[in-house]
Design a binder for this molecule. Structure first.
Ligand SMILES: NC(=O)CC[C@H](N)C(=O)O
Length: 465
């Protein structure tokens, strides 16, 4: 098989990426500033090849020499590629990447360092970051930057490697599907040992949610920073209000209208109480809900449905989260218990759990969708949104019972990207309306959830009256 070098040259058959990549890289490295294993600029003149201190070994037997810029060690995970051009800090802190190495197809990573605002959770949960070129201290530049990417990863004990042919690896993943791999800086481990390690591990069937979920319930108050809030319709968290206009001069008619409108005002001005099941929730989901006026309680993945119902919520959100939805039957049971009792909204893992709870099946995709440029068609409006996505599993629409509508379709491969089951006030999206990182086209989905909760409240009020 022909191998591609770190500069993208195709090497003759028989040369492994390891040897080929190594030779060509030396040329490139001699033109770059030298770095130590933590990414710090070194004053010493080193032989460039001496900094090839890491290996990525994939289960298909390919070995990719690289330079380490994060934590040292040896870790096994599934390798996925992400096509986002920006937003690496949000990707690093998205808990849905637990159990995965993320390879960024954008070759320039680290240019803007990291800052205090772009965190999507408290920690980095991914197993490691794989990039082509690392921007180091001299060229990290942004007005919000507080730290270099290398220092950030090292402090958080996350592995990072650079200076390998990410383009060739992406092609491999696209052709062969997601591959398991081992990232190692340990020179004492042989290639064979690392290969065996990658082949004896599997993400399928692992419950990764319980490691990333919160341990006890908490209230969430933070809204999107008004300076960054791209959707003025989210009203900055103010409760919903209606304007009252009188069109009749008749006093009786006016009084009647006033009574009717005050009832609807009562409904509209009521902040929506939402319980958010944390399967690995991203902060921007919570910020967007809060900006739309919701009062949110976040609960752990194991929180009993009966307890959630006792809190009398207006709606329940099932969040994004890592790994295989079939590995967490307890979460599917919780979703089932809540179905039909209160309006529900699923995002990504939440969507997959809803798909299963409704009687459908999920399957593992070839290499999934990870990036900020996925076109999705809204079947109801015919409009196309460019969306942020991060998932390796999908709901099989053919497995769903009658009455469940596929509302959104991924236009790259026709896979199911959204569901609705009006009879039970269910809506869900396979992708990320909260973006972070990514385009904001789908933000309206949060408003649709608010409207679903309001409609359900109005109809239960009508039934009581
Ligand atoms: N972002 C997510 O919620 C990911 C869902 C699931 N872990 C998948 O890979 O499909």
């Amino acid at each position: 098989m022909a191998a591609t070098s770190t500069l993208g040259f195709v090497l003759p058959s028989g040369l492994s990426p390891r040897r080929g990549g190594f030779r060509v890289s030396v040329i490139r490295c001699s033109a770059s500033p030298l770095t130590s294993s933590t990414g710090a600029v070194s004053g010493l003149v080193e032989k460039p090849w001496s900094s090839y201190n890491a290996r990525l070994v994939l289960e298909d037997g390919s070995i990719w020499p690289a330079k380490s810029f994060g934590a040292p060690g040896t870790r096994v995970a599934e390798l996925v590629f992400n096509t986002s051009l920006t937003g690496y800090q949000e990707i690093l802190t998205d808990p849905s990447y637990a159990g995965q190495f993320v390879l960024m197809t954008n070759p320039q990573i680290g240019n803007t360092g990291v800052n205090l605002d772009d965190e999507e959770s408290e920690k980095c949960f991914l197993a490691g970051l794989v990039i082509r070129s690392l921007s180091i201290r001299q060229v990290t530049s942004n007005w919000r930057c507080t730290k270099t990417l290398a220092d950030y990863l090292t402090e958080r004990n996350i592995m990072g490697i650079y200076d390998l042919d990410t383009r060739a690896i992406t092609r491999r993943l696209r052709e062969e599907g997601s591959l398991n791999g081992v990232l190692s800086t340990e020179q004492t481990k042989t290639d064979d040992e690392l290969l065996q390690m990658s082949r004896s591990w599997d993400i399928v069937g692992l419950d990764l949610i319980s490691d990333v979920s919160c341990k006890s319930p908490y209230e969430w108050l933070d809204k999107s920073d008004p300076e960054w809030d791209f959707n003025t319709n989210s009203r900055d968290g103010k409760p919903y209000k209606v304007s009252i206009y009188f069109t009749s001069s008749s006093l009786i008619h006016a009084l009647h209208q006033l009574l009717t409108l005050s009832l609807s005002f009562y409904t509209f001005s009521w902040t929506q109480k939402v319980i958010a099941y944390d399967f690995g929730i991203k902060h921007n989901i919570l910020r967007r809900l809060s900006s739309y006026g919701c009062q949110i309680t976040v609960v752990p993945s194991s929180f009993p449905a009966s307890e959630a119902l006792k809190m009398n919520p207006d709606g329940i959100l099932f969040s994004n989260g890592p790994g295989d939805p079939s590995a967490v039957p307890y979460a599917v049971e919780t979703v089932k218990e809540l179905l039909g009792k209160v309006p529900v909204y699923g995002i990504c893992m939440g969507h997959q759990l809803l798909g299963q709870a409704l009687g459908g099946k999920t399957y593992k995709m070839k290499f999934g969708h990870h990036g900020g440029n996925h076109p999705v068609r809204n079947n109801r409006t015919g409009q196309v949104e460019i969306s942020a996505q991060n998932h390796n599993y999908a709901v099989d629409p053919a497995s769903l019972p009658g009455g469940v509508e596929v509302t959104h379709v991924n236009l790259n491969d026709g896979s199911c990207a959204g569901l609705s089951f009006p009879a039970m006030n269910v809506m869900s999206l396979q992708y990320h309306p909260e973006a972070s990182p990514g385009p904001h086209d789908s933000d309206n989905a949060f408003r649709e959830f608010i409207e679903l909760m309001k409609r359900s409240k109005q109809s239960s009020r009508a039934m009581v009256e």
